[in-house]
Design a protein around this ligand. Structure first.
Ligand code: COA
Length: 257
C-alpha cells in the first residue's frame, strides 16, 4: 500500500508510504490522495486533514520514472489527470489541512505545503524545488505563491537555483509554522488537527473560504499555465538528460544545450 488513509478522532490522515522509493508519487498515489481529500471533505465526522510521510522522508516528489513514461498534462483533457485532480482537491478542501513534514520534501513535496493551512517540519527535513535543474518549470502555482510568500530574491534562490533549505529556513520564510524534533512532528501536527474537534465547523469552513477565495481563480489559472509549460518541458532534451542522469546516479551535463 502506498497511500494509507484512516479517520481517527475527527482527523482524516493521508500517509504517504512508499519508503523504498523515498515516497515518490505515482499517478495511482495522486489519485488515492485526491480521493482521500474529497472523502474527508464530504465526511461529517472529519474536522481536519493530516498529511504525513515516513520517518526521514515526506516525499521525494513526482516519480521520475512516471515523468518519463506517463508524463502528466498530456492528452486532450489534462485537467482530468490524477496530479491535477490532487492539486484541485487540496485547493478546494474546505477543512483545515495540516502537514507533518517528516523528512525530505522535494518538488511537489514542498509545493503542496503552499496549499496546506498548517505546516510542521521535522528538524531533519530538507526541502527543495529543483524544477529548473530537472529541465522543468515550477508547478502547483509555486511560481506565483513562492515570490508572494518570501519575496522575489529568496524565491529566486529556491526556484531558479533550486537551493535546498532547512525546516528553520522554511519557518523564517513563512512556509512553515514550526520545526519539531523528528520523533515529535507527527504527534504535534495531529494535536493541532484535533483542536478543530473543539471548534465550530461551520465557522472554520467559512473562515477558510474567506482566506482562500480572493486568490483561488488566479492560483488555478497559474496551475494551468505552469502545467502546459511543464508538460512541454517534460519532453525536452534538457529534461531527458536530467532524468537519465538521476537514474544513472551522475551529475547532468547541460553544456551541450
Ligand atoms: N522518482 C523515482 N524514484 C525515486 C525518486 C523519485 N522522485 N526519489 C528517489 N527515488 C528512488 C531512487 O531511484 C532509488 O531507487 P533504487 O533503490 O531502485 O536505486 C531509491 O528511491 C532511493 O533513493 P536514493 O536517491 O538512493 O536515496 P537518498 O537517500 O540518497 O536520497 C533523495 C533521497 C530524496 C534526496 C533523492 O532520492 C532525490 O533527490 N530524489 C529525487 C528528487 C526529485 O528530483 N524529485 C522530482 C522533483 S520534480
Amino acid at each position: 500500500m502506498t497511500i494509507k488513509t484512516g479517520v481517527h478522532n475527527g482527523v482524516a490522515t493521508i500517509e504517504i508510504a512508499r519508503p523504498e522509493k523515498k515516497n515518490a508519487l505515482t499517478v495511482a498515489m495522486y489519485q488515492a490522495m485526491s480521493d482521500a481529500l474529497q472523502a474527508a471533505a464530504a465526511d461529517g465526522a472529519v474536522r481536519a486533514v493530516l498529511i504525513t510521510g515516513q520517518p526521514g522522508v515526506f516525499t521525494s516528489g513526482n516519480d521520475i520514472e512516471d515523468f518519463m513514461s506517463r508524463p502528466p498534462g498530456q492528452g486532450s483533457d489534462s485537467s482530468e489527470s490524477p496530479v491535477f485532480k490532487f492539486m484541485r482537491a487540496l485547493i478546494e478542501c474546505d477543512k483545515p489541512v495540516v502537514a507533518a513534514v517528516t523528512g525530505a520534501a522535494i518538488g511537489i513535496g514542498t509545493t503542496m505545503l503552499l496549499h496546506c493551512d498548517f505546516v510542521y517540519v521535522s528538524d531533519e527535513a530538507r526541502l527543495a524545488m529543483p524544477f529548473v535543474g530537472l529541465g522543468l518549470v515550477p508547478e502547483f502555482s509555486s511560481s506565483l505563491l513562492v515570490p508572494q510568500l518570501m519575496g522575489q530574491r529568496r524565491a529566486a534562490e529556491k526556484l531558479l537555483l533550486g537551493d535546498p533549505f532547512t525546516g528553520e529556513q522554511a519557518v523564517e520564510c513563512g512556509l512553515a509554522n514550526a520545526v519539531l524534533p523528528a520523533g515529535e512532528v507527527v504527534n504535534h501536527a495531529r494535536r493541532v488537527a484535533e483542536r478543530f474537534n473543539a471548534l465550530p465547523p461551520g465557522a472554520v469552513r467559512e473562515s477558510k473560504q474567506l482566506m482562500t477565495a480572493p486568490q483561488r481563480e488566479l492560483i488555478l489559472k497559474t496551475i494551468r499555465t505552469e502545467g502546459e509549460l511543464f508538460a512541454r518541458r517534460l519532453r525536452s532534451p534538457e529534461a531527458m538528460e536530467a532524468f537519465q542522469a538521476f537514474f544513472q546516479k551522475r551529475k547532468p551535463d547541460f553544456s551541450k544545450f
